[in-house]
Design a protein around this ligand. Structure first.
Ligand SMILES: [Zn+2]
Length: 346
């Protein structure tokens, strides 16, 4: 059963936002007072629901029967709300990087359209995602529109990498810093949305590490589990590598850009499970389906080594967020990975 069916059954087309309650309240109040800012910047790690919040806000901005009752206040019934839920509202415009960059031509399109009146609603809403990937020229091209916007234009920039943004952009937006969601929020969302049993919902929530988008993806798509384990396997295979091979692999990893941070989070949870087995805390294990493999690692490796490696993954993740020399950080991490002739048990 797809999400659309669920909406249709309830005859409610509100775009639902899980968690981020303070942000929802702040935006709803601005809507109620008719004091929304012309530009917003939603900042926070990947897959925590920034785009969903932006879509829900856009829905509320263009709703024909806005009320101060639920969520962001969209009625979820009107034509405008239905179009928004289907991602087909003519006044909601989405821009994502074409390839590796958000191009100046895309920004010029935003600037041109932002000067025009909305097609059918009170506001025209532009949502620009992964804005850290706008090159300097593209970002500069947006400055004037951010500074002197048309009264009916609202711009929402989304980014998970504040270090990639120009100060001049940040200072022209209302900044909302969003955080990963608590495990309970994601657990409840999985139960409500996908009808999962509480226990499997909890495990999935833990695995997602506050990133509700990842949890939803895994809950909906069995294939995403397979690719998930393949990623872990690939990383684990480096345990059998020589130092030179590890350095070469670090270079390959570095080229994956922001994906690396997600990868490290996943690897961290895997090694945390090894540590949990070594400490006989089986109930907290996330990767239950791979107990044999985890147990083999737990038995073969010195717990001190595993603990140090878990700490090293945490430190590296912190470094990567600070945008230090990424390749060096990854090389150091891989060289610290426990050495072992790694045998797959499956
Ligand atoms: Zn509505």
């Amino acid at each position: 059963m797809g999400t659309l069916t669920i909406y249709a059954m309830a005859n409610d087309f509100r775009i639902q936002v899980y968690g981020h309650h303070w942000a929802q309240t702040l935006l709803r109040r601005a809507l109620v007072r008719n004091e929304t800012r012309h530009a917003y910047l939603f900042l926070g790690p990947e897959h925590i629901g920034k785009m969903t919040l932006a879509r829900a806000f856009a829905q509320a901005l263009t709703c024909e029967h806005f009320s101060d009752e639920f969520g962001l206040g969209a009625c979820g019934q009107c034509r405008s709300c239905r179009l928004a839920a289907a991602g087909m509202h003519p006044d909601h415009r989405f821009f994502a990087p074409a390839g590796s960059q958000l191009l100046i031509d895309q920004i010029r399109e935003v600037v041109r359209e932002a000067a025009l009146s909305p097609v059918e609603s009170r506001f025209k809403v532009f949502i620009l995602t992964d804005f850290e990937r706008a090159n300097v020229n593209a970002a500069n091209a947006l400055l004037k529109t951010l500074e002197e916007p048309s009264a009916t234009t609202r711009i929402i920039l989304i980014s998970h990498q504040p270090s990639g943004l120009l100060d001049t952009i940040i200072s022209r937006c209302q900044l909302l810093r969003l955080r990963p969601l608590p495990e309970e929020t994601i657990t409840a969302a999985l139960v409500e949305r996908f009808g999962l049993e509480a226990e499997s919902a909890r495990r999935l929530a833990r695995l997602s590490n506050g990133r509700i988008g990842r949890a939803f993806e895994l809950a909906q798509d069995p294939e995403s589990w397979q690719t998930y384990y393949q990623r872990i396997q690939q990383l684990n295979e480096t345990l059998a590598y020589s130092p030179a091979q590890r350095i070469a692999y670090a270079q390959k990893l570095e080229k994956q850009g922001q994906q690396v941070e997600t990868l490290l989070q996943e690897w961290l949870l895997w090694w945390r499970d090894v540590l949990l087995i070594q400490n006989n805390s089986h109930t907290l294990i996330v990767h239950e389906g791979h107990l044999d493999e985890l147990t083999a690692l737990a038995e073969q490796l010195d717990p001190t080594l595993v603990r140090r490696f878990v700490e090293a993954i945490l430190t590296t993740s912190r470094y990567l967020r600070k945008n230090v020399n990424r390749q060096l950080a990854l090389e150091v991490l891989l060289l610290k990975a426990p050495v072992q002739a790694y045998n797959r048990t499956q």
